[in-house]
Design a protein around this ligand. Structure first.
Ligand code: FES
Length: 617
């Protein structure tokens, strides 16, 4: 790969920087002696760290997080690389966040992990850091923490699991679980089949093997230039991942010498590239919250409208579940994120600086699409617009999100009667009731599941459909909430309604029987009642009691920001953030003009072909 030539040999280009670790290890006073003797007690002579960059290896390994449980050998590979390049590696553990086991929701703890990473780096003699992440929230959390300290940083993600197979068909954790769960509920799957399915969906270490949140965040890492080329899609169990980890260990040592800090890589151009790639892979809705939060740690305001602008000019190219047909393993063999970026061509800032120390466009010269059905071209996309779009209206004054590429085209323009549930518990108590007053064209509205409401904004937005409708063959309905949805999920699901109902957003005062209009082509979400009626309902609304009276839960509930602000804590982001200025069309200035040309005309704000008008008055 082209980025390799920037390693090792370029000593004449190295910026001479004072090592941060020398404040701990370089003096002749009693504190330096204490620091050095502590390392000696671990068996390290001072020769192995004297005047060498100390590289922290931040490991989110945990047996409580299956997606991260394979990271130990990856950490060892990173260490090999650090040693080989003349650095001194020190591995440290952080808390981990595993989606399947953690309650009430990992999102509630993303900021805690970010604080753990930030303060561990800040408090210790660390010159540069390698972040080992995998499951959904571990990647943004670790980046947020490192960004706040702004040391040289490289990310090694865990890679996707092997694709599962169930009775001859490929299945992925998440996406196929939701699908087969509806079959199970409608009585189409026997106990034996259901048990066999359980044993089929998760086949190895690594994160979910579809384009869920973890795969999306890994792809974003590569598009931001925060990981080495190819890092997102290499399967977790493939030896190529260990090789990439070793190369990352070598590279971080050089990054310290070059003073290549995270703020020099995660620039507005890098974020523009990340959002483009997010749209082109049909990324998880959760990525929007995480990108806004990561930008906030670097002092930037990233508005939801930017996602919408990029979505209008970026087609979905990756034919991966839940948007498409294939699995992450296929994505790897097709060429991965590098191939997607190559096909995006002049929609990207190819001159953006990456952790390689070189323009991100440079290795794309060697990238290729090996399976054209898996990674499409811009003139033959699987969806003409980017996956996730922002909606605004009197029901979501600060915005809401829908993943249009995983929704039913016929429902993207829909008016229907609201059927309201004031909590997830209420919905779960009633959704199997065959007497529930609900019809196929109704809109299910779930309240009080937002950042403060649940709290932690769980992945409850993709409500399982009412049993009585499933039995009549209904497979999708419009669902609206202030919750999130798993990146592996699908359906016509409006999420992240902001402000949330718990803080008195309009969602809190929707009543069963109201009419709601969703119009995705117009990006609008409206509650069809008069302004006076809405105002009077909001004036009569009373805030509920807080959930927590102590501990981290209390801190979270009191200080978490709303979804459109990235759900970070208000005291961890700059009050005076800089606006990110983007150019939403094809990019003029390029480091690799032959890629920019690409032979393919730029997309001109196409409209989704599948959109049809569908109303129920
Ligand atoms: Fe960890 Fe899906 S459960 S990535």
């Amino acid at each position: 790969m082209d980025w390799k030539h920037s390693q090792g040999e370029r000593t004449e280009d190295l910026v001479s920087v004072k090592l941060r670790s020398s404040e701990w290890l370089g003096g002749d006073d009693e504190w330096s002696v204490a620091s050095r003797s502590c390392l000696r007690s671990e068996g390290f002579s001072s020769e192995v760290f004297k005047n060498r960059p100390v590289i922290g290896i931040c490991n989110t390994w945990s047996e409580l997080a299956n997606c991260n449980a394979h990271l130990k050998p990856i950490a060892e590979a990173v260490k090999r690389g650090v040693w080989a390049a003349g650095g001194f590696p020190l591995e440290f553990g952080t808390m981990s966040l595993g989606e399947p086991l953690m309650k009430p929701t990992t999102m509630m703890f993303r900021n805690l992990l970010a604080m753990d990473v930030e303060e561990t780096i800040r408090a210790n003699p660390i010159d540069g850091v390698v972040l080992l992440t995998s499951c959904d929230k571990t990647t943004p959390a670790a980046i947020m923490g490192a960004a706040s300290v702004d040391v040289p940083t490289i990310v090694v993600t865990g890679g996707p699991q092997r694709a599962g197979h169930f009775r001859g068909k490929p299945v992925g954790s998440g996406t196929d679980l939701w699908k087969y769960w509806d079959e199970r509920r409608s009585g189409k799957m026997s106990d034996k089949e259901w048990s066999e399915f359980e044993n089929s969906i998760v086949r190895s270490g690594g994160h979910c093997g579809v384009m869920g949140t973890a795969s999306t965040m890994s792809s974003i890492v590569e598009a931001l230039g925060m990981g080495l080329p190819g890092c997102a899609a290499i399967p977790a169990v493939d030896s190529a991942r260990l090789v990439l980890a070793e190369e990352s260990g070598r590279r971080i040592v050089q990054m310290v010498k070059e003073d290549l800090r995270i703020s020099k890589v995660m620039t507005p151009k890098a974020f523009a590239n990340a959002i483009r790639v997010d749209m082109a892979i049909g990324g998880s809705t959760n990525a929007i919250i995480h990108l806004v939060a990561m930008a906030g740690r670097l002092g930037y305001h990233l508005p939801l409208t930017a996602f919408d602008e990029f979505s209008r000019t970026t087609p979905v190219l990756a034919n991966i579940r839940p948007n498409g047909t294939f699995m992450m393993e296929d994505f790897f063999y097709a060429g991965g994120v590098q191939a997607v970026m190559k096909n995006l061509g002049n929609l990207l800032h190819l001159d953006a600086l990456a952790v390689t120390g070189r323009p991100i466009g440079e290795p794309l010269k060697q990238a290729a699409v090996h399976l054209p059905e898996v990674i499409r071209t811009r003139d033959n996309p699987i969806y003409p617009e980017g996956g996730t779009v922002a909606l605004f209206g009197n029901l979501a004054p600060d915005g809401a999100i829908i993943k249009q590429s995983a929704a039913s085209g016929i429902l993207l323009k829909h008016r229907g009667r609201a059927v309201v549930f004031s909590s997830y518990a209420e919905y779960m108590a009633r959704y199997n009731d065959m007497d529930l007053d609900v019809r196929p064209n109704d809109i299910l509205v779930l309240q009080d599941t937002g950042p403060k409401g649940f709290p932690g904004m769980p992945e409850y937005g993709k409500l399982p459909l009412p049993l009585k409708l499933i039995k009549h063959g209904v497979t999708d309905m419009v669902r609206i909430s202030d919750a999130r949805m798993s990146g592996t999920g699908f359906g016509t699901v409006v999420l992240h309604v902001s402000p949330e109902s718990r803080v008195g957003g309009p969602l809190a005062v929707v009543r069963t029987g109201d009419q709601i209009e969703l119009d995705v082509p117009r990006r609008s979400l409206e509650l069809l009642i008069s302004d006076d009626e809405l105002k009077s309902r909001l004036q009569a609304w009373k805030p509920p009691q807080q959930h927590y009276t102590r501990g981290y839960g209390k801190l979270y509930e009191e200080r978490v920001l709303q979804a459109h602000e990235g759900c970070d804590f208000d005291f961890l982001v700059d009050k005076e953030k800089k606006e990110m200025i983007f150019s939403f069309g094809p990019v003029a200035e390029q480091a690799a003009p032959e890629l920019a040309a690409g032979g393919i005309a730029p997309i001109e704000s196409p409209r989704p072909a599948a959109v049809q008008t569908h109303t129920d008055d």
